[in-house]
Structures are given as C-alpha cells and as structure tokens.
Design a protein around this ligand. Structure first.
Ligand code: AMP
Length: 220
C-alpha cells in the first residue's frame, strides 16, 4: 500500500504518519527527515541541501526524486509506505507514478490535511522534535513527560531551524504555489481524501489517523 500525506507545514503530516505507521505496520518515509540528515553533514551536498532548508525553499526536483527513488528501493518499503512530504511538485508526482509502475504498484490513497493558518503558526512555533527517533511533540498540545526529553527513546528535543514565523510564512507560500496544485492532480485520479485538522472540531492528529484507517478498511 502506498499512502501520500499532502498538506501545508504544521498540518500534522508527520504526527499522523507516525500513528499510521504503527497501526498499518508499514514504512514511514519523510523527505524532510532525509534532507535534515544530509543537511547536518559537512559535505558539498549537505551544504547545498541546507541552503534550501534554511530558506524554506524546495530542494530541486532532480535531486529530490533521486534520493526518494533510492529510499524506495530499500527492503522495509516493500510491504507498503507512507510518503510524508513527497511529492511536493507535479514533476515529483509524475516521477513517483513512473517509479511505482515499474514495480507494479500505484498510489492507493492521498491524505490531504488542512488547518486554519493561525493554528498552523501556533503549532509550528511550539513544535519540538526528538533528535534521535524524530518523534514530534508540542510544548502546548502534546508535552513530553519530562521537559526537553523524548518519552519514547529519551533523546533530546530540539526546535527545527525553519520552524520560525518568518520561515513558515515562506514555506506556506511555497506550498500554495508548488504543492497545492497536486490536490487537483490526485483528485482527477480519484484518490484524494481531505481532512480538516482543527481544534475547532477536535479533529487533531489522532482523530485524523482514525479517519484514514476507517477509509482504508471500508474502501481499499
Ligand atoms: P518538511 O519536514 O516536510 O517540512 O520539509 C522540510 C524541508 O525539506 C522543506 O522546507 C524543503 O526545503 C525540503 N523538502 C522536503 N520534502 C521535499 C520535497 N518533496 N521536495 C523538495 N524539497 C523538500
């Protein structure tokens, strides 16, 4: 099974993906995590990737597609995968369709998360990530038991460099321009599943993941 997580930064793609990974027992591939790992390396490639991340801009398609292709060839992905943050452009979506068709696979479901902008901004500036297992916390909505420490693995929590108001504004604009058109791309294929993640209706990551599971159980 191949599931894509679409949605602007801060809508909960990573958190919903982590829940789905446990429930469905399939791999979770986050393009952002892959790029953050590279960007921390002291190499030409690491520095190039880091410059895009620091500006809140997209890494060029060719490089992104190459890296995801390599990751999708790994063994743990055979049973299924949740793609969190990829594709983000139409060129990436087309490349993904091609990659999957080469192994007789296809995109089964595209989960499209949306949230009110103010909630996105609040969530982003209070987001904290475990430096070891990448678990996502929030200093208001989802606090760890011990401040600054991951409940799951004891790793140290940190704030992403690009989780600032200024950079999030850029990332949202990039999302609208480059990635939002993918809603239409997948809607035409008939596998787009939209969920509003908002405190207003109490539909947060856990509830969104439950909706995805019911959708899979009833239709796939
Ligand atoms: P994320 O963790 O998904 O918010 O991604 C963090 C950053 O990684 C983005 O702001 C981009 O700079 C880069 N990135 C992640 N996924 C992609 C992608 N599919 N295409 C291009 N750049 C990406």
């Amino acid at each position: 099974m191949v599931i894509i997580m679409l949605g602007a930064p801060g809508t909960g793609k990573g958190t919903v993906s982590a829940i789905l990974k446990e429930k469905l027992e399939i791999a979770h591939v986050s393009s952002g995590d892959i790029f953050r790992k590279y960007s921390s390396e002291d190499s030409e490639l690491g520095r190039e990737i880091n410059s895009y991340l620091q500006q809140g801009k997209l890494v060029p398609d060719e490089l992104t597609i190459k890296m995801i292709k390599e990751r999708l060839n790994e063994k743990d992905v055979e049973k299924g995968v949740i793609l969190d943050g990829f594709p983000r452009t139409e060129a990436q979506a087309v490349a993904l369709d091609k990659m999957l068709s080469e192994t007789g696979k296809k995109v089964d479901l595209v989960v499209d998360l949306d949230s009110p902008k103010q909630e996105i901004l609040d969530r982003i500036v209070t987001r904290r990530i475990c430096q070891d297992c990448k678990a996502v916390y929030n200093t208001k909505l989802n606090k760890p038991k011990v401040e600054g420490i991951c409940d799951k693995c004891g790793g140290k929590l940190y704030q992403r460099d690009d989780d600032t108001i200024e950079k999030v504004e850029t990332r949202i604009e990039v999302y609208k321009k480059e990635t939002k058109p993918l809603e239409e791309y997948y809607n035409k294929k008939g596998n787009l599943f939209e969920i509003e993640v908002t405190e207003k209706t109490g539909t947060m990551a856990k509830e969104a993941a439950e909706k995805v599971i019911s959708k899979i159980n009833s239709e796939l």
